[in-house]
Design a protein around this ligand. Structure first.
Ligand code: PGA
Length: 255
């Protein structure tokens, strides 16, 4: 099984990092990269919301895609201080939005019900969700990681319906690998990606979903990860803030 007809997705999750100046130089370097090949591998930049307009303006004359790191679960505009709606993200031209990241689950108490609502809001606004899941270290040490991750997926699929996952992106991000420098091995990641893809076999949409890996993806491990049949790209935190590293990871997806 695999899905490579859609090409790889190389997504930079800037998290709460950046400034007008830093963003400018980072985007300039990415734009000046001359081996960009969108047909085989797409670059996606997800800055903090506040900088979406800056990034959008800088990317107007090129094919690099941008997206958001979060969205409100609310359906209509109104009295939701500090929130950003899916309509606003789409108004600005966001093609993708990350949801269910472990940092949001952990620090903002995002439940699977909330994540499911956000998923639906994005689809209503024609934004592709990047749905993150992954097990913490204790769950892996107990050997319960496959069950754990499948139930994270099932809990959301049971609310929204499995067909809603068609043409979306799932990011497998083991919590123990995020920001630790300790990436999952290519075999560990492949095992989980295959498991996730198999979940969709019966519904016939398995090959429409890009399953990307996140958790300490660096230039040194990217090529091996991308050589796995069910790894369709990467969600990159730390290394997406260093243009040489980000572009080197991108290049690893091309060959
Ligand atoms: P990292 O973050 O690449 O810094 O491990 C990945 C993520 O949280 O998406």
């Amino acid at each position: 099984m695999s899905n490579n007809h859609k090409g790889y997705l190389i997504a930079g999750n800037w998290k709460m990092n950046g400034s007008l100046d830093k963003n400018f130089s980072l985007i300039e370097s990415i734009k000046n990269f001359n081996s960009y090949d969108k047909k085989n591998s797409e670059i996606l930049i997800c800055p903090p919301d506040l900088y979406l307009s800056q990034v959008r303006k800088m990317l107007l004359d090129c094919e690099i895609t941008f997206g958001a790191q979060n969205v409100s679960k609310e359906k209509v505009s109104g009295a939701f201080t500090g929130e950003t709606s899916s309509f606003m993200l789409s108004d600005l031209g966001c093609a993708y939005c990350i949801i269910g990241h472990s940092e949001r689950r952990l620090y903002h108490g995002e439940s699977e019900e909330i994540i499911a609502e956000k998923f639906l809001r994005l689809l209503e606004s024609q934004i592709t969700p990047i749905f993150c899941l992954g097990e913490p270290i204790n769950i892996r040490n107990e050997g319960n990681h496959t069950q754990y991750v499948i139930s994270q997926l099932e809990n959301v699929a049971n609310i929204i319906g499995i067909d809603k996952f068609k043409n979306t992106v799932i990011a497998y991000e083991p919590v123990w690998a995020i920001g630790t420098g300790m990436s999952a091995s290519p075999d560990q990641a492949q095992e989980m990606h295959l498991l996730l893809r198999s979940f969709f076999s019966e519904s016939g949409i398995a090959d429409t979903i890009r399953i990307i890996y996140g958790g300490s993806v660096k230039p040194i491990n990217a090529k091996e990860l991308f050589s796995m049949p069910d790894i369709d790209g990467a969600l990159i935190g730390g290394a997406s803030l260093i243009s040489d590293d980000f572009l080197s990871i991108y290049e690893s997806s091309l060959n």
